[in-house]
Design a protein around this ligand. Sequence first.
Ligand SMILES: C[S@@+](CC[C@H](N)C(=O)[O-])C[C@H]1O[C@@H](n2cnc3c(N)ncnc32)[C@H](O)[C@@H]1O
Length: 289
Amino acid sequence: MTVSEWLAKGESYLARRRVPEPRANAEFLMAETLSVGRLTAVAQGGRELTARESHRYWSWIKERGTRRPLAYLLGHQPFLGLRIEVTKDSLVPRPETEELVIECERLLKSARIAAPKILEIGTGTGCIAIALAQLLPSATVFATDLSQSALDLAQKNALAHHVSGRVRFVREDVFSGQRRPGGWADLLVSNPPYIPTGELDRLEPEVQAEPRLALDGGKDGLDAVRAIVSAAPKLLNAGGILALEIGSEQGPAALKLFQAASFEGVQIKRDAQGCERFAFGVLPARGGA
Ligand SMILES: C[S@@+](CC[C@H](N)C(=O)[O-])C[C@H]1O[C@@H](n2cnc3c(N)ncnc32)[C@H](O)[C@@H]1O
């Protein structure tokens, strides 16, 4: 059978199993089978697959049909043009988190800090820390997570993208208080777990396959957000920026938390889908507000 025929067969198999975007999924798996880009794979429509390629492609299609996340099958996910390795121990980086990184880059550049110091809480694959280190070549990044397997993966990703000299990964529990000296960071950024516990069972099967530690934000989804916002004034320099990704219903609560922790210029921003998704604030000078 040709590439085109396998693509059609894969698409219809995935569609019957209610996999979202079945055609795109079949194309990505074909591209991985042929070790080429997606467009190149599609352009080779008339090429016959070898027995080995057909076997590989069809095993992946069948596995994707069980709703295992595409990124876990491929073993990687693009993030701001970087190939980020992912495993079942890490959240799959999302497009809205790319928007968070771009906004952080913009805020740090407009603050004109020569060599910004960045703290990331809950680094997962390391995508935020690594992308920021690449976008801001004079920055140093300190990134934490509770999951050692996520930290090992993040370290591997940092090495692959040549920023391991400027990004340090440390195992730390956001709920156990920060042991580092305070007043260190110019930016504290986090995409914390923010899904309310009661909603986890209703998520798409692909999301349920991701680590619960990366998703579960407690009863109202705000446990980690509260811990980060309350620790932030001790961790940031005066004028430092707190930037969080939040759930689409959490804007009003995040606004109150930021204001209660004395942040100024607090803004809740929407993502490209139009959902409230990010909270930003600036720590005033000591003794201010
Ligand atoms: C939503 S994921 C974000 C991962 C990555 N930064 C991203 O944006 O794709 C949240 C991360 O927080 C970590 N995490 C969960 N609870 C934590 C805790 N108590 N202390 C530190 N990190 C925690 C999880 O292991 C996970 O990697």
